[in-house]
Design a protein. Structure first.
Length: 308
C-alpha cells in the first residue's frame, strides 16, 4: 500500500514511517513548510497546497499526524491550535475525498477529559469532556473525520492514543524532560530537578507500540470507527521519575516548578484497548522500564555527540 504520512518528520512520524516500511508499505512523507526533502513541505492551513500534494502523491491511504500537540501551547494559542488541528484535518479529508484514499486520523485520549477514577480504564463509549483547547481541537478533528465518512462515504478511521513516550521525543514533554535533566546532572550539572505535578497518573505506551497499532488499524480498522490505543495501566508520574533516577544512578534534589503546573491537568487517565486488540490482534511489546532505559540512553548518546 502507498501511504502518505502527514507530520512525517515529527517524533511519531519518524517512527511510523519505519513501521510502515517494515510492514511492506511504501511511504510518502508530508512535512511542514520548513521541512526539506525527502519530505514534501506543505502548509496544512493552505487547502490548495494540501490538495496538490495529495494529488501528486497518489496515495492509497493517508495517516494524518500533523498537528499542534503541546497542551500548554494550546492554552496560549487556542485559535491557532484549532486551526491547525481541526481545519488542517478538514483540508486533508477534502484532499483525500478527491482521490478516495483511506484516512487514519490521529486524535488523542485528552478528548476524554476529567473522569471519575472508578471509571478507568475508559473505553471508546465513554463520554468525551475536553478540558483544554488541545483536547477540543482533537475532538473537532474526530468529528470532521466521522462526518466525512457519513456524508461523503470517505473511508475514515480514528485512533485515540494515550500518552506515548520514546527515544527522540520533544523535551517539552514530561518524560523527555526528566531524561534530559538527569543526563545533564550525570554530565556534571547541579543535582537539581524541576518538576510539575508528580501525582497525575497516565497510561504510558512506547511510541513503537503506538505506531505498530496505527499500522494495524490502517490495515484492519473499520471505517467510521474509533479505536483506543492504551495499556490499561495508569502509572503515577512520580513512579516514572523514580524509575528514571534509578536508571541514571545520580543523586538529585526534586523541586516543584510552578511554570510546569497545568490548571487543566487530568488527575488520572487510562484507556481500555479491548476493541483494538479484538479487531487487529495488537499487543504492546515494550515495558515501561524498557522504554525508559531506551529514552535515557538516547538522551545520553545525543549529549555525547554534542561534545564530540
Amino acid at each position: 500500500m502507498r501511504v502518505l504520512v502527514t507530520g512525517a518528520t515529527g517524533f511519531v512520524g519518524r517512527h511510523l514511517r519505519d513501521a510502515l516500511r517494515a510492514a511492506g508499505h511504501e511511504t510518502i512523507a508530508l512535512g511542514g513548510p520548513l521541512d526539506a526533502p525527502p519530505a514534501i513541505a506543505v502548509d496544512i492551513l493552505d487547502p490548495d497546497a494540501v490538495r496538490r500534494a495529495v494529488d501528486a502523491a497518489t496515495p492509497d491511504a493517508i495517516v494524518h499526524l500533523a498537528g499542534q500537540a503541546f497542551v500548554p501551547q494550546s492554552v496560549a494559542d487556542p485559535l491557532g491550535t484549532l486551526a491547525i488541528n481541526a481545519t488542517g484535518t478538514a483540508h486533508v479529508l477534502e484532499a483525500a475525498r478527491a482521490c478516495r484514499a483511506r484516512v487514519l486520523v490521529i486524535s488523542s485520549a485528552e478528548v476524554y477529559g476529567v473522569q471519575r477514577p472508578e471509571r478507568m480504564p475508559l473505553d471508546e463509549n465513554a463520554v468525551v469532556r475536553p478540558g483544554n483547547a488541545y483536547a477540543a481541537s482533537k475532538l473537532a478533528a474526530e468529528a470532521y473525520a466521522l462526518a466525512w465518512h457519513r456524508s461523503y462515504g470517505l473511508d475514515t478511521v480514528v485512533a485515540r492514543p494515550f500518552n506515548h513516550i520514546g527515544p527522540g521525543q520533544d523535551e517539552r514533554f514530561v518524560v523527555a524532560s526528566f531524561a534530559r535533566q538527569l543526563a545533564a546532572i550525570a554530565a556534571g550539572a547541579p543535582p537539581l530537578m524541576h518538576v510539575g505535578n508528580l501525582e497525575a497518573q497516565r497510561d504510558f505506551l512506547d511510541v513503537r507500540d503506538v505506531v505498530a497499532a496505527y499500522v494495524l488499524v490502517l490495515a484492519n480498522g473499520r471505517a467510521g470507527e474509533v479505536y483506543n490505543i492504551s495499556s490499561g495501566r495508569p502509572v503515577a508520574i512520580r513512579e516514572v521519575l523514580r524509575q528514571l533516577i534509578t536508571i541514571a544512578r545520580v543523586p538529585v534534589e526534586i523541586r516543584d516548578d510552578p511554570e510546569r503546573m497545568r490548571s487543566s491537568d487530568l488527575p488520572i487517565l487510562s484507556g481500555d484497548a479491548t476493541k483494538l486488540r479484538a479487531e487487529t490482534g495488537w499487543e504492546p511489546k515494550y515495558s515501561l522500564a524498557a522504554s525508559l532505559r531506551d529514552i535515557y540512553a538516547a538522551v545520553r548518546a545525543a549529549q555525547g555527540n554534542l561534545h564530540e
